[in-house]
Design a protein around this ligand. Structure first.
Ligand code: NDP
Length: 679
């Protein structure tokens, strides 16, 4: 079977024979992969002109809703993907990380974008920057979708997750994607993309797939495109230095080989919970996906005094790993993705063995339910490097399989120095119950890592583990790991957008961003804003309330209701000596009194007040001071109704409470839910 690509609105089969892909377990042919005949410049144009135009016409929330629907559909089809995933050598547990972990990432992005981004096509970032004395000239950063495409060149090891963790933020950002899976597992990616296209979740052109070579595609990328790459450092370097990528300053994110470490603290001894947790995690990381994980532990850094205890405990655990057909009962580790990969891993183990000794594995392995001559099997293999400062291969050679090396250290400073010799890793983990030791190791190693986890008896049971990148947290690493950053919540979405610093008048900035800026033109209306539906409120609409003179009785009453008898409100003598020099009202009284002034009490479309943000008390309020409040519609976020909920939206109101001298005494934002007229 020829594995097709999906380009320019249709499925395309390569015109000549392709690269044959074999079942990793049985060696049976699965498909041929070839992208001959594709006009790659036209694919890019189709993405930009057809997909991009339509995607940018959708708001962030509409794109998030499409992501959610797509994720639901893929989840319903998950068993189809598991069946294919087993042919790549993945056990059910391996497949879960790739398939359900990947779909979970799409769900996470759908809700993150709905929560944190406006229902608009432009978003603001950071605070208003006051650039002038009188406030007539402000600065603000905005983010807009790049009108290009993002090209994702992916590795073989995560055909689903590797695609989904990149397309979710890109599509949310309004940038169409061209997915290029690695040939050995492209058939799993193709099956998933087929479901995405059939489900029609995104407009035509938003998702394209190239199975096989990307030909001259990189010759045609332009300044608005983005390229991401996961795979070997050598291919990554080659693509990153492509003349057209350099000439057009095309953002290039690279995630490459990484000699990740797990470090056992100097304070830990055999028998401690952290010792057992360390052994369990290292053995797991060596064998999950047969070690074909960019985050797998390659270097096991342990106190010299614990070396033999760690080595024995690890071997005892590896002994229990049943290798074989991932679909056979009891099998815990499948084959590598193909026989080429197995040859690569063997060659790398042989290189490592030039400087290290093989402690366990390395040779033949007995198999359950599989034939060693047809499948790409490789045994869990443990090595030992006795001189990590003079022998360098252990810090350079990544055997991308179930292979890891024990490295002893004498002092914590040495352990830190050894970790750094990896020259930049995706992830490192530390096992210790001594928090001072944790601080020392983390401060010493963090600049060399994109993610670090510290495991002890208190957090282990709920830990997500060394090897799992999480949608909310950064994935990527410096130096050898490629220098890229993926995931990390909103950071990934922003990666596909252009940040622009805007400078102008508050009113102009309000018109561009749909967000009120202090000093912008304000609108008032005889109808109280709490009597208006979501659609009828206008950003910049303001209510200036009546005044109220604060009395000592207010302070006493508020103190009695709240139980807050702090000296600054109740002790005349202490208050005189205090920062304020006199008794003052409670800050919380001021904001409660402000609400009393701006609220319209009778029933109306305002459903609830559900929060307050950015509160600052600026000037004290003393008995005799007269305050008033100003309520301004700052921004509006239309929400998708949940369950039986009436359609509504979030209205953020900027509140300013001033005194008789017109000085602000408190400023903050409140968030209310307001019914929509169509409710
Ligand atoms: P490669 O770097 O060879 O391939 C990665 C991706 O790049 C694949 O999609 C591949 O496509 C594509 N590619 C290769 N050459 C080009 C090119 N000239 N132009 C455009 N695209 C290209 O890595 P592999 O997947 O083969 O893995 C090899 C090694 O990389 C592993 O043994 C491991 O050491 C490391 N690796 C590291 C990972 C990490 O995240 N740290 C992940 C996976 C691998 P195609 O398959 O069609 O050639």
């Amino acid at each position: 079977m020829k594995l097709p690509s999906y380009v320019i609105g249709q499925w395309h089969e390569g015109s000549s024979d392709g690269v044959e892909v074999l079942n990793a377990v049985t060696g049976d042919p699965i498909c041929e992969v070839n992208s001959d005949g594709i006009d790659f410049a036209a694919v890019l144009r189709h993405g930009r002109e057809v997909g991009g135009t339509a995607l940018r016409g959708m708001t962030f929330h509409e794109r998030a809703a499409a992501l959610k629907n797509m994720a639901k559909h893929l989840m319903a089809k998950k068993e189809d993907f598991y069946a294919l995933s087993a042919k790549t050598g993945a056990t059910r547990a391996d497949g879960w990380v790739d398939i359900e972990g990947g779909i979970g990432t799409v769900f996470t992005y759908a809700s993150l974008v709905t929560r944190e981004m406006p229902n608009d096509v432009v978003m603001v970032e950071g605070d208003v920057e006051r650039l002038s004395k009188n406030g007539s000239f402000l600065g603000r950063h905005i983010l807009t979708s790049k009108p290009g495409v993002s090209v994702h060149i992916n590795a073989f090891n995560f055909p689903c997750w590797g695609m989904l963790e990149k397309i979710a933020p890109s599509l949310a950002a309004g940038v169409p994607v061209i997915v290029k899976p690695a040939t050995p597992t492209a058939y799993v990616t193709e099956a998933m993309v087929r479901e995405m296209i059939a489900g029609d979740f995104f407009p035509e052109g938003a998702i394209q797939l190239i199975c096989g070579s990307v030909g001259d595609l990189l010759d045609h990328v332009v300044e608005q495109d983005v390229v991401t790459f996961t795979g070997s450092a050598s291919t990554g370097r080659k693509l990153r230095s492509h003349p057209n990528v350099i000439a057009n300053s095309v953002p290039f994110t690279m995630e490459a080989d990484s000699l990740n470490c797990a470090l056992l603290g100097n304070s830990v001894e055999a028998g401690d919970p952290e010792f057992d947790l360390f052994i369990k995690e290292v053995a797991r990381e060596m064998t999950v996906k047969a070690g074909q994980k960019c985050t797998a532990i390659r270097r096991i850094i342990v106190p010299a005094g614990q070396l033999s205890a760690v080595s024995e405990a690890l071997q005892a655990r590896l002994e229990k790993i049943v290798v074989g057909d991932p679909e056979a009962e009891g099998v815990r580790m499948g084959p590598l993705v193909g026989r080429d990969q197995a040859r690569d891993v063997r060659a790398n183990v042989e290189r490592l063995a030039g400087e290290c000794s093989i402690v366990y594995g390395g040779g033949e392995v007995s198999l359950t339910g599989a034939d060693g001559n047809s499948g790409a099997f490789f045994p869990p293999t443990l090595l030992h490097c006795d001189a990590p400062f003079s022998k360098t291969l252990v810090h350079e050679v990544e055997a991308f399989g179930p292979v890891s090396t024990l490295i002893p250290y004498d002092s914590l400073d040495d352990a830190i120095a050894i970790a750094r010799l990896g020259k930049g890793s995706l992830v490192g983990s530390l096992f210790t119950y001594d928090d001072q030791e944790a601080r020392q190791v983390i401060l010493g190693t963090a600049p060399w890592h994109g993610r670090m986890l510290i495991i002890n008896r208190d957090c282990a049971a709920e830990s997500t583990g060394h090897g799992s990148p999480l949608a909310q947290l950064v994935h990527g690493g410096p130096g050898r790991a490629g220098g890229g950053e993926e995931l990390g919540g909103m950071r990934a979405v922003k990666h596909y957008m252009q940040r622009t610093a805007l400078q102008g008048s508050p009113t102009t900035l309000m018109a561009i961003t749909s967000e009120y800026h202090p000093g912008a033109v304000e609108y008032s209306d005889p109808i109280h804003p709490f009597k208006k539906h979501f659609e009828d409120l206008r950003v910049g609409e303001t209510l200036l309330t009546h005044r109220r003179t604060v009395t000592e009785a207010d302070i006493v009453n508020f103190g009695c209701i709240s139980g807050d008898h702090f000296y600054a409100h109740f002790d005349e003598i202490a208050a005189k000596d205090s920062f304020f020099g006199k008794r003052v009202a409670h800050g919380y009284f001021v904001i409660s009194a402000a609400a009393g002034m701006f609220v319209d009490p009778s029933p109306g479309p305002v459903i609830a007040n559900y929060g307050l943000e950015n509160l600052r008390f600026i000037e004290p309020v003393a008995p005799g001071d007269t305050i008033r409040s100003k309520l301004t519609v700052k921004k509006k976020i239309k929400k998708a109704p949940r369950g039986e909920e009436k359609p509504n939206g979030v209205v953020v109101w900027a509140i300013e409470v001033t005194n008789q001298a017109n000085e602000p005494v408190a400023v903050y934002d409140i968030l209310t839910l307001v019914e929509r007229r169509d409710a």
